[in-house]
Design a binder for this molecule. Structure first.
Ligand code: ME8
Length: 676
């Protein structure tokens, strides 16, 4: 019996779970289930990443302590995974004692081995990515995400990452499958070849983290903290290392492509420095896109898994994600595509094959699998199905082993289509009307062949659709599918005379209203987007927008009015030109009585002074704004807020839905200048 240890990334608790997180966790669940069916001693880990500046700020923005926020959101992730029936063996939280102890032990080990020294870091830091970046100058955009970076000037502990460049390159060369897919491996290799600088691995200007051993003024860098979860969950650093001894190194770290550097460069370097074994493989999948962009909380374009679970069930979501998207590449999610796939492949495909085959066995053979082998009743078409099934088993295993889920499922559904055609051509319903021996024998063969092919597809698809396949398996009279040994799967194992279970439809057809229902549920349940442009737009519905690049160095800026979008969601330059953005200077700023969030501003636009009411009081004290240059949407229709007329809108971003940050310029720009 071989062991198989698989992990998901641990998810940040500043965002509630969405189907992007579910995508990775489902893929891992399917892999873990298949390994269990193949007889492997499997261990599947997931959890939540709860430290760092990003979480601390998200907590501040929601008026919670970091511990409250992390307890709440971590529980939400866990509850969702439970509702979806995901078979994780452990759920690690980085705020747990067992984790803290393990991280400190890892830090000590690396330090004792001479790879940590004290220094000063002055440079840019991207809080969103929790990443030190090479960008120059205050506010310079993060090369990874485009958001403005912050200047960090701190005493830090440094990790001698530079000492590991050659060892890492050797690792990637000696083990070509260490990083998958190939494109990511190439990216990582060129990143390492371009030179590695030592890495700051502690922070001393905030406290939400794990203290550095023997120097609690510092907290350990959140990525060192987070990556260590893969071993701390197994007991590394504790007195009980049974699981660690058994399962480490991991057989597979599954991640999304944006965190490749942390997993493929930093993590192996930390482990090398500590003298610990390296994981065997890291697989980076692509992004789930929605409305053209990466689905993410900060873009406000998320879809919640709960909506799909309520309407179509977990299996539909699992099948869709693994069948529709080529694993490793980006892929789009849409409710239309989900329902179309569901109806075509599940309701009309597997569901229909199961119900027609099992219903006919019930009707014509009193619910017992019939005897197929009368020579005279045998045809080449029966053999063709048997051969196709054998080929499908082999192809499915080989594709799945390469994490090519979509190819594996496509092949299995090719068999479903072939059996459908076989049934249509052999007309068992006509044979069933005849009483002669030859017709009965032929009917038995056709139904046996169909049921056996159904059994094979059901067994193969079980890791992907555990619930529905368990039902079909039971209807086939085969008992508990989780007890089935997938290694033994071969044609011709369905025993004659097997008594079928109660036949019931597994995938009811979804009609158009399913799409509308899901869309409505998302509209109602979608949390407020990260866009909280204050002031005059308070009463407008939130319009999620892509994170702007270039001239808006902010996270998300809401358009003033929704311009007519093309079908792909883009607007023309003429539409953009309708928005008059101007540089203004705040002359007067004061609180609005009885409104905690609002400030009344008088803003000089060069040609005139405007009164603007803006919802920025929680982020800015009025006195700090006077004299400050801001960006104003100047041609917005006036609105009344708390009885005050607001003539324009001040442009701001709310990172992660938190407090607004005003758009501003690094160079001086004259008052009244138009932005374009
Ligand atoms: O990065 N498409 O956490 P995170 C596909 N805490 N996958 C997506 C996705 C999307 N649109 N959105 C999220 C972190 N994911 C760190 C990880 S690990 C030691 C620390 C999935 O909450 C995908 O797996 O930002 C991605 O890598 C992960 O969630 C990022 O989750």
């Amino acid at each position: 019996m071989s062991k198989f240890y698989i992990t998901t990334p641990i998810y940040y608790v500043n965002a509630r779970p969405h189907i992007g997180h579910a995508y990775t966790t489902i893929a891992c669940d399917a892999i873990a289930r298949r390994h269990r069916m193949l007889g492997d001693d499997t261990y599947f880990l997931t959890g939540t990443d709860e430290h760092g500046q990003k979480i601390e700020r998200a907590a501040q923005a929601s008026d919670k302590t970091p511990q409250q926020l992390t307890d709440e959101v971590s529980a939400e992730f866990r509850a969702l995974w439970d509702r979806m029936g995901l078979t994780y063996d452990d759920f690690i939280r980085t705020t747990s004692d067992r984790h803290k102890r393990g991280v400190q032990e890892l830090f000590r080990k690396i330090r004792d081995n001479g790879y940590i020294y004290k220094g000063h870091y002055t440079g840019q830091y991207c809080v969103f990515d929790e990443l030190y970046v090479d960008a120059v100058g205050p506010g310079a955009p993060c090369p990874e995400c485009g958001r403005p970076t912050e200047t960090v000037q701190e005493e830090n502990y440094f990790f001698k990452l530079s000492a590991f460049a050659d060892k890492l390159l050797k690792l990637y060369t000696d083990q070509p499958d260490f990083i998958r897919p190939e494109t990511r491996r190439n990216e990582v290799m060129s990143f390492v070849r371009s030179g590695l600088r030592d890495l700051s691995i502690s922070r001393s200007t905030f406290s939400w983290g794990i203290p550095v051993p023997d120097d609690p003024r510092h907290v350990i860098y959140v990525w060192l903290d987070a990556l260590a979860n893969y071993i701390t969950a197994l007991g590394y650093g504790s007195s009980d290392t049974k699981l660690y001894d058994k399962y480490w190194p991991a057989d597979l770290h599954m991640i999304g492509k944006e965190i490749v550097r942390f997993h493929c460069v930093y993590w192996p370097a930390f482990l090398m420095a500590a003298g610990l074994p390296l994981p065997k493989a890291i697989m980076a999948h692509g992004w789930l896109l929605f409305e053209e962009n990466k689905m993410s909380k900060s873009r406000g374009n998320i879809v919640r898994a709960e909506t799909i679970l309520d309407v179509l069930g977990a299996d539909a979501l699992r099948y869709f994600l693994l069948r529709e998207i080529v694993f490793g590449q980006d892929g789009s999610f849409s409710f239309d595509a989900l329902v179309q796939r569901y109806n075509a492949d599940l309701a009309n495909g597997l569901g229909n094959l199961a119900s027609r085959t099992l219903t006919m066995i019930t009707r014509y053979f009193r619910g017992e699998v019939p005897y197929p082998s009368a020579k005279a009743a045998h045809s080449a078409a029966d053999d063709a199905i048997a051969t196709a099934a054998r080929d499908t088993i082999a192809a499915f295993h080989s594709a799945f082993d390469q994490y090519q889920f979509s190819r594996a499922l496509e092949g299995a559904w090719g068999l479903v289509a072939a059996v459908d055609k076989y049934i249509v051509e052999n007309e068992p319903w006509s044979l069933g009307e005849k009483q002669d021996e030859q017709s009965r024998a032929r009917l038995a063969t056709v139904l046996y062949t169909s049921a056996e092919a159904l059994r094979i597809v059901t067994a193969l698809a079980h890791p992907v659709m555990p619930e529905a396949t368990a039902k079909i398996w039971a209807q086939l009279g085969l008992g508990d599918i989780t007890k089935f040994d997938l290694r033994s799967l071969a044609w011709g194992q369905l025993h004659l005379g097997t008594k079928l279970g109660k036949v019931e439809p597994v995938f009811p057809r979804a009609d158009k209203s399913a799409i509308e229902r899901m869309q409505q549920m998302e509209e109602q349940g979608r949390p407020a987007t990260a866009v909280t442009v204050p002031g005059a737009t308070e009463a407008q519905p939130a319009t999620p927008t892509a994170p702007p690049a270039g001239q808006f160095a902010t996270q998300a800026v809401k358009p003033v009015s929704a311009p007519t979008a093309t079908p792909d969601g883009k607007i023309s330059i003429d539409d953009f030109a309708k928005v008059e953005l101007r540089v203004g200077q705040v002359k007067v700023a004061e609180k609005v009585k009885g409104a905690d969030k609002l400030l009344r501003l008088e803003v000089d636009l060069g040609s005139e002074t405007r009164q603007v009411v803006a919802g920025i009081a929680e982020a800015y004290a009025p006195e700090t704004l006077v004299g400050r240059k801001v960006v104003i949407v100047a041609n917005l229709a006036p609105r009344k807020l708390r009885g005050l007329e607001s003539n324009g809108m001040i442009v701001a971003a709310s990172p992660d839905g938190g407090k607004p940050v005003l758009a501003s310029f690094l160079e001086d720009v004259p008052v009244g200048t138009k932005l374009k």
